[in-house]
Ligand binder design. Sequence first.
Ligand code: BEZ
Length: 230
Amino acid sequence: MGSNERPEPLRLGSKAPNFKAETTAGPIDFHEWADGGWVVLFSHPEDYTPVCTTELGAFAKLEPEFAKRGVKLIGLSANTIESHGGWIKDINEISGSNLRFPIIGDKQRQVALMYDMIDQQDATNVDERGQAFTIRSVFVIDPKHTIRTILSYPASTGRNTAEVLRIVDSLQTGDKHRVTTPINWVPGDDVIVHPTIKSPEAEKLFPKMQVVRPYLRFTPLPKEQTSANV
Ligand code: BEZ
């Protein structure tokens, strides 16, 4: 890469870059911390702000469901870990949560810039207190450190934690069973047999398969095979 060139953008399928960072759970090397499991890395704009408070409380409450699926959560903003520490007390009091996952204190926005967790304005501007925001980004990263999902939300719109969990369920179910998941799928619903699995292998693997079109084939999965039970 020449000095005037931008770094390669992170895309679905990119390797999640490693970094070292200060977090509320102590310093980490990201890949070591991931420890061969799934990770949801997500950023919020700023501590002690209303939407972010509701979001972090919701992620904390749903953390046991992510843990069941072998997924570690890790938050990030450009605030200090001291700020995060005080805010976590507020989050728990307000939401009735017990926030235990680490939050990165990315004061220099080293990780935020690496993962492009900034919007056009915040690429150049900071707020009146000199605080540079990060956007509401979500990266779902698999055990091989491959980025499997990237979501970006504006500061004004809180995320949907159930949707993040649903994405994890879809990815893990797809990886295990060579299936894809249709619109609005939730665990327990029929899935779609991957187009690369041709007959007669498809009939053998999925005896209850229903062929709507040769390119659209639904099948139920046995109940115990949904990802939460993997
Ligand atoms: C919020 O969390 O409410 C928020 C944070 C930054 C900008 C706008 C809203």
